[in-house]
Design a binder for this molecule. Structure first.
Ligand code: GAP
Length: 453
């Protein structure tokens, strides 16, 4: 079988995402809007499973992290203090020939001359700073006094609420505050499907500590985050840790790692893990005039904690999960002839639908009733899809293509018609191996729950 090239592979993934309802272009019926995407019925499940698992691992399974959910619009003073208003920019270049607006790092250089990557023109403007924040106005008047921005990262809400959360949670250092939410960046060139979008979601943890613990915790969180990606089914050899060099790191950071993934379009960042020192809290303390210090009961000292921040993109991780899961193999069709099978090999805990339930025949009342009963039995535990349409092989293929890890078939043996010992048992098919085993209906829920949680 020929292996598709990386660009063919990406085209197939994008087309599958649309065809099966993972990801659609936003406002598609009006021609779309660049850099904006909608998640369809399966995409929303995958995304939710990812966020829930992140929350479980980062908040619920730890006693040193609490969560919060901040507003998207905040007082403009937050963005002045954080430095975003003045410095959250990308250098932008205009091509005078084709009018393309380009990020300076996308300009190609051929034989020492800078060229537009769109038309090859050499008539380019000097780079100038373009602020990536979306500006808006709060209230009825549209003037300077009502300006604010859609947040470009979720982190600042955590810093701005640090004192409130500390007071109510009564945590001792080191401890963290976690948040998942939307962020907005007016990217100059959104590209690579959802990879660089203008609206996206982040999963961020700000883990506060004493200054002397910062470097050690940076290492700790890098390792924890690598483990996380393994636990959602991303192969370790496709993940890479880039130590961000001094000259590319934010000036306040004492160390930053980028966790990168080998997408079909190249190696790209999934998550940043940064030791941000006490920069953010000290900026907000200075600008607000409110103390954000931590009081150490034992030493009776007050000080500003430092922070280590693992900051992951939800949409990028969803895209990595789909790219990682996409595979083609050969399997026999109804007549035993080999055909190409498209399979999304999602880890069961991430798969949008956990289990398909199929009556062997749709025109047999008893088979249908039993299959519906089984679907109802499983529904409180997992997302189940009932399907009675078409040949059983076709129904399996449809579920393979969207990554459903288990298929349950109700047949005449289930009804006890062939062998009374097999009464109330079903065929359980596993997606990747296509192996089938006979399982008692009463054992199904426990057996499946153990594999999807
Ligand atoms: N609070 C730190 C922060 O926001 P960042 O490296 O700018 O750091 C963190 O963003 C993560 O957010 C990135 O690693 C990426 O996964 C995601 N992200 C950033 N910009 C994005 C975009 N335009 N589209 C999709 N995801 C993006």
């Amino acid at each position: 079988m020929s292996v598709p090239s990386d660009s063919q592979r990406m085209e197939k993934i994008v087309s599958l995402c649309k065809r099966r309802g993972f990801i659609f272009q936003s406002s598609e019926i009006y021609g779309g809007l660049n850099g904006l995407w909608d998640y369809g019925p399966l995409g929303v499940e995958l995304k939710r499973n990812l966020k829930n698992y992140w929350w479980r691992v980062m908040v619920h399974e730890r006693d040193d992290v609490v969560g919060m959910d901040g507003s998207i619009l905040m007082n403009r003073a937050v963005w002045k203090a954080s430095g975003h208003e003045d410095t959250f920019t990308d250098p932008m270049v205009d091509c005078r020939s084709c009018k393309a607006r380009l990020r300076a790092d996308q300009i190609v250089e051929k034989k020492g001359a800078k060229q537009c990557p769109v038309c090859g023109g050499k008539d380019l403007t000097e780079p100038r700073s373009f602020n990536l924040m979306f500006k808006t106005y709060v209230g009825a008047t549209e003037d300077e006094s009502s300006v604010t921005y859609l947040r470009p990262e979720t982190a600042q809400a955590i810093f701005a609420q640090f004192k409130n959360v500390l007071d109510v949670s009564r945590k001792k250092l080191p401890f963290g505050i976690a948040q998942i939410g939307k962020a907005f960046r007016n990217e100059i060139n959104p590209r690579n499907f959802t990879f660089r979008s203008r609206e996206f979601e982040q999963m961020e943890l700000e883990y506060f500590c004493r200054a002397e613990e910062g470097i050690k915790l940076l290492e700790y969180w890098k390792e924890e985050r690598l483990k996380f990606y393994g636990n959602i089914g991303i192969a370790r050899d496709k993940l890479h840790v880039l130590t961000v060099p001094d000259e590319e790191r934010a000036f306040y950071s004492k160390g930053t790692y980028d966790i990168e993934y080998d997408f079909p379009f190249g190696r790209q960042e999934l998550e940043g893990v940064a030791y941000r020192t006490d920069y953010d809290l000290s900026q907000h303390q200075r600008a607000s005039g409110k103390s954000l210090e931590y009081f150490d009961e034992e030493t009776k000292q007050k000080f500003l904690p430092h922070v280590v921040e693992p900051s992951a993109g939800v949409d990028r991780t969803v895209l990595a999960l789909i790219c990682e899961a996409y595979s083609e193999d050969q399997a026999p069709d109804e007549k035993g002839k080999m055909e190409t099978r498209v399979v999304l090999r999602f880890h069961p805990r991430l798969a949008p639908i956990k289990c398909g339930v199929f009556p062997l025949l749709k025109n047999n009342e008893q088979l249908v009733a039993k299959a519906k009963q089984i679907a109802d039995l499983l529904r409180p535990h997992m997302f189940v899809f009932y399907d009675e349409g078409g040949a059983i092989g076709r129904r399996y293929r449809r579920q393979d293509e969207i990554g459903t890890p288990f298929g349950i078939t109700v047949d005449f043996e289930t009804l006890g018609e062939k062998d009374s010992a097999l009464c109330d048992t079903v065929t359980l098919r596993e997606r990747d191996s296509m192996k089938q085993e006979r399982v008692a209906i009463k054992d199904l829920a426990n057996l499946l729950v153990a594999q999807i949680s």
